[in-house]
Design a protein around this ligand. Structure first.
Ligand SMILES: NC(=O)C1=CN([C@@H]2O[C@H](COP(=O)(O)OP(=O)(O)OC[C@H]3O[C@@H](n4cnc5c(N)ncnc54)[C@H](O)[C@@H]3O)[C@@H](O)[C@H]2O)[C@H](O)CC1
Ligand SMILES: [K+]
Length: 219
């Protein structure tokens, strides 16, 4: 079995873009496959008690993944709340789309911090993925620290929020996850000691995004 390489944030974006804009796989399809993989991990890993799940979503496609996970859990009658921590004014198109869909399902989505974070049994970190571009500050940083202080098991989507995908270093603050499910390929930052400390157990989800060279070799 060939061990797949680890890739950079730029490669992740390039492979995503190639899959969507050259091969023609719609971005929502990739997001749904990511959400299915995260839900599968949540429902099979011994680390996550699903009595009351909190999804913390940023304003980009990492957040979109998280809201799609909320929908899949909701359909399994798992109690789930989405804390939309990102700024909706800067939301990506897919975040907005997932948000509108979640509301139609009657899923509890709130933009204010839930009162008692410790009433939740599992947290899904969908704040930032490979789009993190500067240190986390202000209310976002406070929220990350508060989530860490709950000592609740956290599953990070793609990358523990706050971790630089290329260096593994925390940018200001970072989510301390018990597990991380990263899309398509491991990330270079998650092969470093720092990255592994924040990521916990790493699983790689095949969601249909591959290095263009891999696709061209198939032909
Ligand atoms: N391409 C696809 O369809 C798929 C993407 N996946 C997931 O998408 C994320 C990458 O999403 P992106 O929208 O590029 O960025 P993020 O969601 O990681 O970041 C959100 C947004 O936040 C802004 N930002 C960056 N740094 C900061 C900061 N320090 N403070 C505040 N705001 C910040 C910036 O504008 C970003 O755009 C990827 O990780 C996957 O989770 C699917 O999984 C696969 C398909
Ligand atoms: K994340």
């Amino acid at each position: 079995m060939t061990v797949k390489k680890a890739i950079s944030a730029q490669q992740a974006r390039t492979f995503d873009d190639y899959t969507i804009n050259h091969l023609g796989i719609p971005s929502p399809v990739l997001m749904e496959r990511a959400a299915l993989a995260v839900t599968q991990r949540l429902t099979t890993s011994i680390n996550f008690e699903l009595t009351n799940v909190l999804i913390v979503a940023g304003s980009g496609n990492n957040g979109g993944d998280g809201i799609a996970v909320a929908r899949l859990l909701h359909l399994r009658h798992i109690p789930v709340t989405v804390w939309l921590i990102g700024n909706l004014d800067h939301a990506s198109e897919q975040l907005t789309q997932q948000y509108e869909i979640a509301k139609r399902y009657g899923i509890h989505v709130t933009q204010t911090k839930p009162d008692q974070l410790t009433t939740f049994t599992t947290v899904v970190d969908a704040v930032f993925g490979v789009g993190l571009s500067r240190p986390i500050a202000g209310q976002l940083a406070e929220a990350v620290q508060e989530l860490n202080q709950t000592n609740l098991p956290i599953l990070a989507i793609d990358i523990p929020s706050g971790i630089d995908a290329d260096t593994g270093q925390p940018m200001g603050v970072a989510i301390q996850a018990i597990e991380t499910i990263t899309m398509s390929y491991n990330k270079i930052g998650l092969t470093t000691k720092s990255g592994q400390l924040y990521a916990g157990r790493i699983t790689i989800a095949d969601i249909g995004i591959y290095d263009p060279e891999t696709i061209e070799r198939l032909g």
